[in-house]
Every structure is written in C-alpha cells, then in structure tokens.
Design a protein around this ligand. Structure first.
Ligand SMILES: Cc1cc2nc3c(=O)[nH]c(=O)nc-3n(C[C@H](O)[C@H](O)[C@H](O)COP(=O)(O)OP(=O)(O)OC[C@H]3O[C@@H](n4cnc5c(N)ncnc54)[C@H](O)[C@@H]3O)c2cc1C
Length: 454
C-alpha cells in the first residue's frame, strides 16, 4: 500500500478521495497531505457559489459523495427538511455544505483510526515523480509522498483567439466568469451584455446577472444558437439498461452510425428520450475506448455539441426562467463564432462570423461562457505546465486532459506511472464521461482501493 499520499486539488474530487481513504481500515495508519489551494476546501469551483439561483443539474437523490451511499446528499438535506424530494434540484451552495460536513466527519473517523491529515492551504507548483516516491513542491517548500493524486478539476479558461489585449485590459471582457461573479458588487451595471457560449455556464451567468441587473439586456452567441435541453419535472426511470443500443453501437464503432442509431432509438419516444440518453451514461467510458482515434476526432468536430446539449441538461425551473427572459425580450440568441473583440466607445466591439457572413455587435461587457476547459496544451496552469515541460505526463491529442489508464494512472513516455494518478476532468480523453459526481465518486472509490493495495 501507499502510506503517504498527496492529494492535490480543493474540490469535490479531492474531498471524495480523501474521505474514501479515511473511511477505510488499512494495515498501517495513513499520512495524507491535502493540498487544497486557497479556496474553501471541498467546494471547488462548482459548489463555491453562494447564489441560491445556482442549482445542481443532477437530482438530489443521485448526488451522494460516496459510491457506497449514492443517496447520502438526500439524507443530509432531509435531516433539516423532510419535504425535500429525491427528484428536486437543490442549490449548489447546499451541496457545498454537505461536502464540508462529510469531510469533517471523515476527518474525525480517520483520526480515530490513527490516520493523519495535513491540510495545506496552498497551490502545488511542481511535482517530481521518482522511482521511490514523489516530491511535491509549493513555493519554497517540498514534501515527500509515496503517491500523488491530481484532482485539479477543469483548467482556468484562456481567452478565445481574436480577443485583443486591449479588450482584456479594459476589464470589459471577462474570461473566467466564476471568480468574477464572486466580486459582482464592484461591477457597475451595464446596459448590454454579450455571452460567448451557450451551455450551462451561460445559463448560470444569465440567471445571476438578469436578477442583479434588472435593466440589462443580453445577447448570447454560439455556433448553433441553441440552449441546453431541460430535465423533465418528473424523473423517468430508464425503460431498460440500454444494453440493446450499446450492443448495436459496439458492432460498429463509427460516430455517424452511432448518431444514426441514437436518433432511431430516440425518435419514437417523444419527450421520453431522456432516459435513453441517461441509460448510455455508465457505458460511455467503454464505448469511448472502442472508438478509433479518427472517430473520436470526428465526434469532437461534428457531434460533441449535440451530445452535450442532451446530456448536460438544466433543471426545469431554470429552463422556465431563461424562457421568461426571452419572452420579455431581455435575452436574444444569435448563431455565430467570435472572430475578434476590441474596445470601442466605452464598450466592446465584437466581430462575429456565421455561414461565411460577418456581423458586428456592440456590448458594454462580454463574458466568455464556453464551459469546461481541459486542453492542457493551451493551459497556463503552473503545475500542468511544469508536468508537461518535464515530460512527466502526456497531453491528450484531442485536448481532453492527460493520457491515463482507465484506472487513472497517468502516462509518461507511453507507460503508466505506478504512483501518479488523476481523477475527474483531466481523464476525459480516457473515459470521456468524467466530470460529474456520479462518475467522480466511482473513481474515488477505485482510487482508494488501488492506493491501499499499492
Ligand atoms: C458551474 C458548475 C456546475 C456543476 N454542477 C454540477 C452538478 O450539478 N452535478 C454534478 O454532478 N456535477 C456538476 N458539475 C461538475 C463538477 O465538475 C463536479 O461535480 C465536481 O465539482 C468536480 O470537482 P473537482 O474537484 O474535480 O473540480 P473543481 O471543483 O474544479 O476543483 C478543483 C480544485 O483544485 C484546485 N487546484 C487547481 N490546481 C491546483 C494546484 N496546483 N494545487 C492545489 N489546488 C489546485 C482548484 O483551485 C479547484 O478549487 C458542475 C461543474 C461546474 C463548473
């Protein structure tokens, strides 16, 4: 077993691995160094929002942090309010409370078992994997560990190509909406706001800004101009386990064929297509691995946007709130791609391109809401850069994190490290479906098994 483990990251994935380890009996006490960064440990980006408007996009009954207790979150909230149903979509802030409570409980339990946890409230700058362990460096300090887990979440977004340095310097082009939203009180209310990207991040930003700035109007731009689909108010159980569809897909791993099969299966179902999409979810890592590289690339080019719209859905009440903004003329959706952004007339001039035609839009403020970033090749994340520069890890060729084994062991020079692991978004290239709690808690359980088996 690995006795000294460094867990690097301050979000739900790091909290899950830590808590899984502390809950286990192990032959020797563990020494766990948790490098949680500077935010509130366990909450990370998703559950650090204090806004009641930001809801989970997964029903309460499916959000447990432990694979062995998938209803744990529901039990937690029902202790205070028994009227909450498992089908409800609750504020993410409440989920952060649950994560903190579970970590506190696991720390107590771990202490009673003799495990030792050292919470280090700093970012890790560098890692040096060697044959007999790993050196973890932050600032001037270094720690030794037998194994390390990267739980870094998605990477900080980079400005889109074409956004000028002057636009960035003006403070009117926001690249990362989450830290910016936390400082919103200091921002003077604008009249027109452009959102670049139209997924769940845009939806959250719209909900918050439209309530805080009642006179502001919004233009949301995306390639297809479509919002994410919505969950139904009732939870429909999958009609079956998806085995027939999955078997048919396995017979010919080709993206066009798969999309055709999916459309054929879904079309007769009317609004009940959702359970079919959901039934595929546990099979996706296996299916993704069977896709040849050129088919994965084709998926990324042609089908990814359509899949993400149906897979990552918004709660029904959020859908209604966004529809109301459109009905009241406060939200306009436009198809297009951002070509350039530059300051103009105390605002920004945005140049858009759609179907070979140019278009210009003026806005007081533009917010980049393009969602999850996992392209390590473009990232300025210090630790990721250091690991890549020293060839300790390998970038995924499609920009989906780092090359790894399905069990999370990171690769270098074509070989898996025995003691360097990742969990969550950085494993998208290996597993595809690897960002939400139902997957992360499974990964955390398997990681704890491996670390203790060593
Ligand atoms: C806005 C939003 C809403 C979401 N809603 C849901 C939902 O409703 N249900 C669901 O299941 N999933 C949801 N997700 C998916 C979400 O990614 C996972 O549920 C989960 O929060 C991922 O946790 P994480 O720890 O992998 O990443 P993060 O939450 O991103 O945490 C990673 C943390 O590591 C820190 N870090 C980075 N580098 C270092 C370093 N070098 N040293 C130390 N720390 C470092 C970061 O600062 C960050 O705090 C949502 C995601 C987002 C962004």
């Amino acid at each position: 077993m690995f006795r000294r483990v460094a867990i690097i990251g301050g979000g739900a994935a790091a909290a899950s691995v830590l808590s899984e380890l502390l809950e286990r009996e192990s032959p020797q006490p563990l020494q766990l160094d948790w490098f949680a960064g500077t935010g509130r440990p366990a909450r990370g980006v998703a559950y650090g929002s204090d806004s009641e408007r930001h809801l989970l996009n997964v029903r309460a009954a499916s959000m447990g942090m432990f694979a062995g207790r998938p209803r744990g979150f529901l039990d937690f909230v029902q202790r205070d309010d028994p009227t909450i149903a498992g089908t409800d979509f609750l504020p993410r802030r409440r989920y952060g409370d649950y994560l903190e409570a579970e970590v506190a409980r696991a720390l107590e339990q771990g202490k009673a078992r003799g495990h030792h946890v050292n919470l280090v409230p700093f970012e890790v700058d560098a890692l040096v994997p060697e044959h007999d362990g790993i050196t973890v460096i932050h600032g001037e300090r270094s720690h030794r560990a037998d194994a390390a887990v990267l739980a870094l979440g998605a990477l900080p977004p980079q400005p889109l190509a074409g956004v000028s340095a002057a636009a960035l310097d003006s403070g009117r082009y926001v690249v990362d909406p989450w830290p910016w939203l936390a400082q919103l009180d200091a921002v003077p209310p604008p009249r027109t706001v452009a959102l670049i990207g139209l997924g769940l991040t845009a939806v959250d930003v719209l909900l918050e800004l439209s309530a805080r700035w009642p006179k502001a109007e919004f233009v949301a731009i995306s390639r297809h101009g479509l919002l994410p689909e919505a969950h139904l108010t009732h939870a429909a159980a999958p009609a079956d386990d998806g085995a027939e569809l999955v078997n048919a897909m396995r017979d010919g791993p080709d993206i066009h064929r798969w999309m055709h099969l999916l459309r054929e299966t879904i079309a007769p179902q009317g609004t009940e297509w959702r359970p079919i999409v959901d039934s595929l979810r546990p099979h996706l890592p296996g299916l993704w691995r069977e896709l040849p590289p050129e088919q994965r690339a084709r998926f990324m080019r042609h089908a990814r946007w359509a899949w993400e719209r149906v897979r990552h859905r918004m709660p029904p009440q959020v859908h209604e709130a966004i529809a109301a903004l459109e009905r009241h003329g406060r939200l306009q959706r436009r198809r297009g791609r951002l070509e350039a952004a530059a300051p103009a007339d105390a605002g920004l001039q945005l140049q858009l391109q759609y179907a070979g035609r140019g278009d210009v839009l003026h806005a007081d403020l533009a917010i980049q809401t393009t969602g999850l970033t996992t392209d390590v090749r473009r990232s300025r994340h210090r630790l990721v850069r250091q690991l890549l520069t020293n060839a300790h890890v390998t970038d995924d060729p499609l920009g989906l994190g780092l090359v790894a084994d399905p069990d999370g062991r990171l690769h270098h020079h074509g070989q898996p490290w025995p003691h360097l692991f990742a969990i969550g978004s950085l494993l998208r290239g290996t597993l595809w479906e690897s960002t939400a709690m139902p997957e992360i808690r499974q990964q955390a359980r398997q990681l704890a098994d491996q670390l203790l088996a060593g």
